[in-house]
Write a protein that binds this ligand. Sequence first.
Ligand code: AQP
Length: 327
Amino acid sequence: MRQRIFSGIQPSGNLHLGNYLGAIANWVAMQDEFDSIFCVVDMHAITVSQDPVALRQKTIEIAKIYLASGIDPQKSALFVQSHIPEHAELCWILNTIAKVPELEKMTQFKDKSQKNGRESAGVGLFDYPVLMAADILLYNTQTVPVGHDQVQHIELARTLGKRFNNKFGETFIIPDYFMKEESKLIMALDDPTKKMSKSAKSEYSYIALSDSEEIIRKKIKKAVTDSGSEIVYHDDKPALKNLINIYALLSHKTTAEIETMYVGKGYGAFKSDLAEVVVDFLKPLQEKMASISDEQVLEILRVGAEKVRPLARKKLEEVKEKIGFVI
Ligand code: AQP
């Protein structure tokens, strides 16, 4: 039996290189070896305000990005979270064993609720990690390929899975996370102390997968760098380290090779080559996306939901029986 992986992305903004390198690239690499389930997590997206028309478009666009990046619907199940209501049902049940202080500790809740003032933060935003635990536990997931920012949420999924098992008997597989050291956290172009994020205030903070050549060149030119002019990969130069990381991951060169290539050259030459590396990487992905119709995507998502529905139903029935619901 192949091990199962599950992961998802919110249709809440423009997907960026951090989402691609930290998550999608690993999914593509893992789908041959693992029984793979990938989701567009629209119920997570509505934990902050979304325009309904944009949400629908983004949901389809993100599925197109999965496909254009190489997720193969013959190998992997690809679906929309809200098409399987068992996610919400399991979330409700897990809410009854999750503790308020556990959720109050969550960094992402603290960050996101601070943005618009804690008093206006929704209960859904607070509960986001429990829904994520439900997503993962529902499918007997063994491994969750994610970026580093999601580790705390996976830890909660583990805690809730174990707590449920202890209280009601062995039910859930306790999942692990997977990430690659080099891509586990891609930092913002305008501030290397913050992660690249789609909800960032400035669009100069991230490179969207949909950015045009002109915008990519502009953004990389404006990216902050550190003092000095040498191209060296070092913790003392976090901005440059992040740019070299992106260069290495997209060009399949090592960071040492990149350092050697730019000995005696300054930031100008490095940044202009990096812009071309990003353009060359994104162009075929964008062309592929444009060649996929909305109808094709909707059909793939429908088939994907049909594939996972029996798994979700079975697990939820088991849970309901264990907690004493009349079935
Ligand atoms: N900067 C990043 N570096 C590496 N991985 C990242 N991921 C996100 N940012 C980086 C990974 O992408 C996946 C999708 O995440 P999500 O959309 O569900 O939510 P997120 O982690 O909150 O992503 P963003 O881009 O920062 O979105 P907003 O701004 O809406 O919160 C996850 O696997 C994540 O680790």
